[in-house]
Ligand binder design. Structure first.
Ligand code: ARG
Length: 563
């Protein structure tokens, strides 16, 4: 039941001459103070046409409304406040949840259509840093949210495994590396070589040419270059997979940049056929003046292709292979110019579906206020952060629940969940500073707090098994359960809003609210008492428990039964 619609209809009966249903519906709001009412209608817009003050209008209209379907309809200043019929509402919300169970909050908007999500996409031979955490967890949460709204998400790890940097790395390895050192600690050693290349190239610029040459060899299929590249890639993937395993995140495709090496000729040909490729000092560019953008560099003078060339090939491949409804690129805000150019070139090529490509940008994670960059070797290793979070969680569990059976597993779920949740509760465009101690707290707006609330609901339900339920009526009469109920009712709309805005934080903020409302309820009422409302209270606890778990699942966070 849509209660906003109910309020709208009763207002429309009185105000039909002055406002359309749609206009009324869009004006109905949730009052700031819940004790004033559950929904409210502001009368300001009517003041002009009715030539009366909003306060007077509120009073007069409230009197004319048929209040029989509400607990109360009361004017308050310029507002008309509606108190919903609690008995009906409670029955409606709880029985809907009981009918739908785990499907509660699902939508069929997507009609099963494919939505490739380009996410994580770290660069080979470099550590996966905190910077890649955001893309991975935001992308994963969006995949879950799109699944819940009826799409078929396809998680693609567009690995950065191609480009001139691999020419440089090969040169550095041939000059200063040994197989033993790489094997001992692959990414650290490859990073050391990469960093050394850059500092040496400042003194010996000819190294840059050497690097370009080796990348060209790689593109042309030179055996030695390919063998080294393959090796670097496999070692890197092994390390990345350790992090993905910790996060519990998997991919449907690891087609990275290299995958498109043999698919770029077609792009170049199409650009030539459509007369879009202009020569500029030996290089090939596409003019994008009409989009107010700088020209896109498609091919360098030595014939080497670029990041954007591979993205053009990838976009075309994805359209053909997945016939996508839309495709999401979960990539940091600093690449937004790149995606503007990418979309513009595709539009120039006549591909209207370019408009279905969405860059989903996000802000930076800083550490102690500083930006993280790999070039200078200043990195925070994600794996290390996650492992530290796990040991912090373990300490907390040790202190709070020393007899817990599967402590290690729970510590992992809580530690990793804390990092993931912290990332997702921020609006994705916000930049934020990362402090581990703050993240792994059992109190405050944290992942562990929400998980703890879920564990609490589970323990209540376990204790309830021994009680006698005298009836199956769905009636609740206290104010604290009312706030929980209203949040339960809002879950489906919350899921839809997260989908509409490509914004997992909508879910994270919601589940914090639900956990807080539930804990208030828990602190102020006796749940496990054998009275007339026990059955309804237990349904409320069950619904809360299952929705917290479902919301956390959407975010990619586990919900242990005990912690
Ligand atoms: N590897 C890139 C980086 O770490 C991100 C790739 C994003 N995806 C894409 N299709 N361009 O910056």
């Amino acid at each position: 039941m849509d209660y906003k619609q109910l309020v709208t209809e009763s207002l429309f009966k009185v105000l039909g001459e002055h406002l359309t249903q749609e206009a009324i519906y869009s004006l109905v709001e949730v009052p700031k103070h819940t004790e004033h009412g559950d929904l409210a209608f502001p009368c300001f817009t009517l003041a002009k046409s009715l030539r009366k003050s909003p306060v007077e209008i509120a009073k007069e209209v409230a009197e004319q409304i048929d209040a029989s379907t509400f607990d109360a309809v009361l004017p308050m200043g310029p507002y008309i406040n509606f108190k919903l019929d609690r008995a009906n509402y409670t029955k409606d919300v709880l029985s809907t949840w009981m009918e739908e169970g785990e499907m509660y909050g699902s939508w069929t908007i997507g009609g099963g259509r494919n939505v490739p999500i380009d996410m994580s996409s770290p660069n080979i031979a470099k550590p996966m840093s905190m910077g890649h955490l955001r893309s991975t967890v935001i992308g994963n949460a969006l995949a879950n949210i799109f699944e819940k709204t009826g799409y078929t998400p396809v998680k693609i790890n567009h690995l950065g495994d191609w480009g001139t940097q691999f020419g440089k790395l090969i040169v550095a390895y041939k000059l200063w590396g040994t197989p033993e050192e790489v094997k001992a600690d692959p990414i650290a050693e490859l990073l050391r070589l990469y960093v050394k290349f850059h500092s040496e190239a400042e003194i010996h610029p000819e190294l840059e040419d050497e690097g370009r040459l080796w990348f060209k060899k790689l593109e042309d299929g030179d055996a030695e270059a390919e063998e080294l590249w393959d090796w670097f890639k496999n070692e890197s993937l092994r390390e990345f997979n350790r992090v993905y395993d910790l996060l519990g995140i998997s991919f449907d495709s690891y087609n990275g940049e290299a995958f498109y090496n043999d698919k770029m000729d077609e792009i170049i040909e199409q650009l030539q056929e459509k007369d879009l490729l202009k020569s500029n000092r030996g290089a090939d560019i596409v003019e994008l003046e009409k989009y107010d953008l700088n020209p896109a560099l498609i091919r360098k003078s030595d014939g080497a292709t670029l990041y954007i060339t591979r993205d053009l090939a990838a976009a075309l491949y994805r359209k053909r292979n997945y016939n996508f409804d839309q495709v999401l690129y979960v990539v940091g805000n600093e690449q937004s110019y790149h995606f503007k150019q990418l979309k513009a070139v595709l539009l120039e090529m006549g591909y209207d579906w370019s408009n279905d490509m969405h860059h989903i940008p996000f802000g930076l994670i800083t550490l102690g206020g500083k930006k993280l960059s790999t070039r200078k070797g200043k990195v925070v290793l994600l794996e290390k952060v996650l492992n530290e979070a796990i040991s912090l969680a373990q300490e907390q569990i040790e202190a709070k629940n020393p007899t817990l059976e599967n402590k290690e597993e729970v510590a992992k779920q809580v530690g990793v969940g804390a990092v993931v949740f912290h990332d997702l509760k921020n609006d994705r465009m916000n930049s934020f500073d990362f402090s581990l101690e703050e993240v792994v707290q059992f109190e405050g707006e944290t992942g562990p707090y929400v998980q703890y609330t879920h564990a609490r609901t589970q323990s209540i339900l376990k204790k309830a098994e021994d009680l006698n339920v005298s009836n199956e009526s769905l009636a609740l009469s206290d104010d604290y359960s009312w706030d929980v109920l209203k949040l339960i009712k809002n879950y489906p709309d919350t899921v839809k809003r997260a989908h509409d805005q490509y914004e997992p934080s909508v879910i994270a903020k919601y589940v914090i609210n639900l956990a807080q409302a539930f804990n208030k309820y828990y602190a102020n009422s006796k749940i496990l008492v054998e009275d007339q409302e026990l059955y309804a209270r237990l349904v409320l606890v069950k619904a809360t428990s299952s929705i917290i778990k479902d919301a956390l699942k959407l975010l990619g966070v586990e919900a242990p039964k005990e912690m």
